[in-house]
Design a protein around this ligand. Structure first.
Ligand code: ZN
Ligand code: ZN
Length: 259
């Protein structure tokens, strides 16, 4: 069985076809999915999905690409995460690719998410794009992943260098690979996937974006995470069952879900 550790099936284009999406998950033995929050106004619909479906979990956080949106305080994040199906804080992080100018507000927002994670013991879901130096620096400055009980987190949809992966793993973080790793052009990322041990790895779709080969360019969905696992298995030369067993175990361990 496989788990999609990061998807956005509350987005309208996916929410409109949920029965089909759940069918595709079953067909591909994708047992669970984590629905990741991107802003506070849409948080209720993410939470509703997790409340209505036993095999779905959710997070609370505000994405670094959302500029004109209510800013969450540390207390907001702590209060909203106080729910058994909210298993993480995020997605949060830094994105200097999509936005330009003075992005101090992004760094401040990121710091508040790390503080909420440390206060609640719920792990972080970190998004980083063209900003890995500041991301790692702020994680260190804020003590991400240093608490007893190990509320570290995951570097989601990882596309950075092995050095960045190692710095994050040193702080207790997992590295999550999406469909990008299956792309022919992703040679450097494939080398990183070879070096990251299965014991520190998660898999995800980030649906509706970034469908893996052979669905590249189509709308992504959680059932397709199986293709990420198949690629990793072939690439590392290990049985598919081993990738399934380890990434699933990592998911339940990181998000403290009893299974
Ligand atoms: Zn992201
Ligand atoms: Zn995402």
């Amino acid at each position: 069985m496989f788990i999609d550790s990061h998807c956005h099936i509350d987005f309208p284009e996916l929410a409109a076809r949920l029965p089909e999406i759940f069918g595709k998950m079953r067909e591909n033995q994708v047992s669970h999915a984590l629905c990741v929050s991107v802003d506070l106004p849409d948080f209720p619909r993410v939470l509703a999905l997790a409340e209505q479906h036993a095999n779905l979990y959710a997070s609370v956080g505000v994405h670094p690409d959302y500029e004109d949106t209510p800013e969450p305080s540390v207390d907001d994040l702590i209060r909203l995460s106080d729910h058994p199906k909210i298993v993480a804080i995020g997605e949060t992080g830094l994105d200097y690719y999509r936005l330009e100018g003075d992005l101090e507000w992004q760094r401040e927002r990121f710091r508040r998410h790390i503080r909420a994670s440390r206060a609640t013991g719920k792990p972080l879901i970190i998004h980083t794009r063209s900003a890995s130096e500041d991301t790692i620096r702020i994680m260190r400055e804020e003590g991400a992943g240093t608490d007893k009980g190990g509320a570290a987190g995951v570097m989601h949809c990882f596309t950075e260098s092995l050095e960045v992966a190692e710095a994050a793993m040193e702080m207790g973080f997992y590295i999550s690979f999406s469909g990008i790793v299956t792309f022919k052009s992703a040679k450097e990322l494939q080398a990183v996937a070879l070096a990251v041990p299965l014991g520190r790895m998660l898999i995800e779709t980030d649906a509706p974006y970034l469908a893996p080969v052979p669905f590249r360019g189509k709308m992504n969905e959680p059932g397709f995470v199986r293709h990420v696992a198949e690629f990793i298995a072939k690439h590392k030369g290990v049985p598919l069952e081993e990738v399934a067993r380890q990434t699933t175990g990592n998911f339940f361990r990181l998000f403290k879900i009893a299974c």
